[in-house]
Each structure stands twice: as structure tokens, then as C-alpha cells.
Unconditional design. Structure first.
Length: 387
């Protein structure tokens, strides 16, 4: 009896699987745009069991690949001469916590070299936080949110490192921005659940230059940076190896501009490189975007996939290098129905599933004349020059 029941169940699941795949084939014939998605599902059906038992690269291997391509981050000792101690404006304080508590609107918080575990609540406007020497903020948080909880407007942070931030809700950030406006210059946010999480009630601008985000992401819900309202202007910066199915950039803001920057998965299990969840104006220029073999999502850029929420929508993606080498399908761009026609032109695209005449396509690194993985094109130089 048990044998016949088991046999019947096997026949049932086999028939159901065959019927499902026939249905997918019919849908594909009617809508060719679904081809990459269906290819991915077919590959998952055929080889998914193998990937489940395959050991994903650990943090040590990811760091080793990063080290093959990038030099270690360094504080800017020329602009910010190393020193010891903590100051608010010209007044020295016994601890970082005391200096932060004394801040008024427009003040400057100067932090000397060292490792600090006093998390900071910044409630005043127009505050500047500067590291002098190698300044490291680590392991602490304010109210289960982030190391720096900024409720004031127009915070500036420069020349410091932040690491090892985690909270019970799995979205611990180096900076949790609840006010409007943020400027980052030469910061290194890494090995945390989130680099920046912006949850402001009003729209502000986030300017990021000469900075590095690395090994950030958690459970597909925390990302290297996650912006809910702010406009983003990212330039001459690097976002590397988002982890645990996190995105490199996730933004719901009206404007996202990415220029002269690098966003690369390497061998981490990230999701999309750029996810513009609710549309708006997206510009990506003069940058390098690489999606690695273990990326969980076959779409490198997503646009409006959680609903278009802005009145002004436009997409310009030009003069970039894309290296798409994910196992399975590789789709450069996926937009929601009703999205504007994207202007994707003059890009060098390696490994995408489709081709067009507006870009330069190559099947793989060898065909493009590139060295093997994990090499990436050098990009960041003074005055925007490629090198």
C-alpha cells in the first residue's frame, strides 16, 4: 500500500512539473521579454539542487578578492593631520560622548585617531564630524538604529571608518539619517548590516564623494545604502561586495546620480547593483558595474519594480563598463511596465543576455580583451579622468 502511494505521488509531481514547464514555454512564446526570467527558472530547476549544496565563498575569500583589485582604505592625513583627543570646535573634551552631547547648531566635532565605541546622537543642524588620523567607530548603536543617529539636518562626515554595526532588527547602520541632508567625504563603511539608512520625513540631498562601502547587507532587507526620500549624488566612490542578498544602492528618492564610481559584486552573494525601487530620474555615467558569479538576482539594475511613485521619470545609462558574469541569466536592466524608455548607450557590456546597436557587446572577458576575474578597470582619478 505504502509503495503504491509513493509511486502515485512521484507520478503526480512529475506530471505537475512537466505541465508547469510547458505552460512557461507557451508564455515565453507569447511574450519574448520574459525570456531571461524563464531561462533563469529553467536553470534553477535543472541545477538549483547543485547550487544549494555548493559552498558559497566565505568572508575571508571575498576579502582576498577585494585585496587583489583594491588597495586598503586610508585616511587622508594630508588634509586632516593626525592628532589625539576629542574637540567640539576649539574646546577639548574628556570623551567622545561628552563632546557630542555639547554640540550646538553649526558646530564641528573633531575626533583624534583611535577606536571609539560611544555611539553618537546628532540632533543639531549643520554639524560636521571629522576624523584626524585613523578614526574607527565600531560595534555600538543608538536606540537599536545605528552608530550615528542623525535627527538634525545637513550632517557632514569626513575621513573616518565605521564597522561591525548590527542590531536586533538586522538593519544596523553606520549612519541612520532621520533628518534631511548628508555629505560624506572619504568615509569607509564596512562589515555592518547597512552603511546608510535614510528614513527622513522630508526630502533632502545626500552627497557622497571619495568614499568606500564594503561587505554591507543583511537578509535581503539591509543594503550598502538604503534611501527612502533623499536624492542621491554619488561620485568617485566604490561599493563592493554587498552581502546576504543586499543591493549596492537601493533608493526610493526622486533623483539618483551615480558618476565616476565602481559598484561590484565580486564573489559576494548580493542582489541588484542598483535598485531604483519607485522610479524617478536615474543617471549612471562613467562608471564600472560588475555583477559576480554568486549574485542572487539576474537583474543588474532594477527600475520602478515596486511601483512608480514620482511624476518625473527618466533613465540615462551611458559611457559605463558593465561586466555581467553571474551564473545563469544576466539582464542589465529591468523596468516596471509604464516606465519611460531608458536611454542606454555607449556602454561596454560584457556578458549580457541580449545585444543592441547602441552599445558595445562582448560575450565574455576574453572577447573584450580583459584580464580574468576579479580584475576591474581602473577608474578613479583626479578631475574625472579614467586611468
Amino acid at each position: 500500500m505504502k509503495h503504491s502511494m509513493l509511486k502515485a505521488l512521484l507520478y503526480y509531481f512529475a506530471a505537475a512539473g512537466l505541465a508547469g514547464h510547458i505552460m512557461l514555454l507557451i508564455i515565453q512564446l507569447k511574450d519574448p521579454q520574459l525570456r531571461p526570467v524563464l531561462q533563469e527558472k529553467a536553470l534553477h530547476f535543472l541545477f538549483g539542487w547543485q547550487r544549494q549544496v555548493e559552498q558559497l565563498p566565505g568572508t575571508a575569500q571575498i576579502k582576498a578578492d577585494i585585496a587583489k583589485v583594491f588597495k586598503p582604505w586610508q585616511p587622508d592625513d594630508k588634509r586632516f593631520l593626525p592628532r589625539q583627543g576629542v574637540w567640539r570646535n576649539a574646546q577639548q573634551y574628556a570623551s567622545l560622548a561628552e563632546a557630542a552631547a555639547a554640540l550646538e547648531h553649526g558646530d564641528s566635532l573633531h575626533i583624534g585617531a583611535g577606536i571609539y565605541t560611544d555611539a553618537l546622537r546628532i540632533s543639531k543642524n549643520d554639524v560636521t564630524i571629522t576624523g584626524y588620523g585613523h578614526v574607527v567607530l565600531e560595534k555600538a548603536n543608538v536606540n537599536g538604529k545605528g552608530f550615528i543617529l542623525a535627527t538634525g539636518n545637513n550632517l557632514s562626515v569626513q575621513n573616518l571608518e565605521c564597522r561591525y554595526i548590527s542590531v536586533p532588527s538586522k538593519n544596523g547602520a553606520c549612519i541612520r539619517l532621520e533628518g534631511a541632508g548628508l555629505t560624506l567625504d572619504n568615509v569607509y563603511f564596512h562589515s555592518s548590516e547597512e552603511g546608510i539608512l535614510e528614513t527622513a520625513s522630508t526630502v533632502g540631498n545626500i552627497y557622497i564623494v571619495n568614499s568606500r562601502f564594503e561587505l554591507l547587507g543583511k537578509a535581503g532587507q539591509a543594503h550598502a545604502m538604503y534611501l527612502n526620500k533623499a536624492n542621491l549624488y554619488l561620485s568617485q566612490s566604490v561599493i563592493l561586495a554587498a552581502t546576504d542578498e543586499g543591493h549596492g544602492v537601493k533608493s526610493r528618492g526622486a533623483i539618483t546620480v551615480i558618476e565616476d564610481s565602481i559598484i561590484a559584486s565580486l564573489n559576494a552573494q548580493d542582489s541588484r547593483l542598483v535598485d531604483i525601487a519607485n522610479g524617478g530620474k536615474l543617471t549612471i555615467k562613467g562608471s564600472v558595474l560588475q555583477q559576480g558569479p554568486y549574485s542572487a538576482n539576474h537583474q543588474a539594475i532594477g527600475y520602478g519594480l515596486e511601483g512608480l511613485a514620482h511624476s518625473d521619470n527618466a533613465v540615462i545609462v551611458s559611457d559605463n563598463v558593465f561586466i555581467l558574469e553571474r551564473r545563469g541569466s544576466n539582464l542589465l536592466y529591468k523596468a516596471a511596465d509604464g516606465s519611460p524608455a531608458a536611454q542606454i548607450s555607449r556602454n561596454m557590456i560584457v556578458g549580457a543576455d541580449s545585444t543592441d546597436e547602441a552599445n558595445y557587446h562582448f560575450n565574455d572577458r576574453e572577447k573584450a580583451g580583459m584580464p580574468p576575474y576579479p580584475w576591474l578597470p581602473a577608474l578613479l582619478c583626479n578631475a574625472g579622468q579614467k586611468c
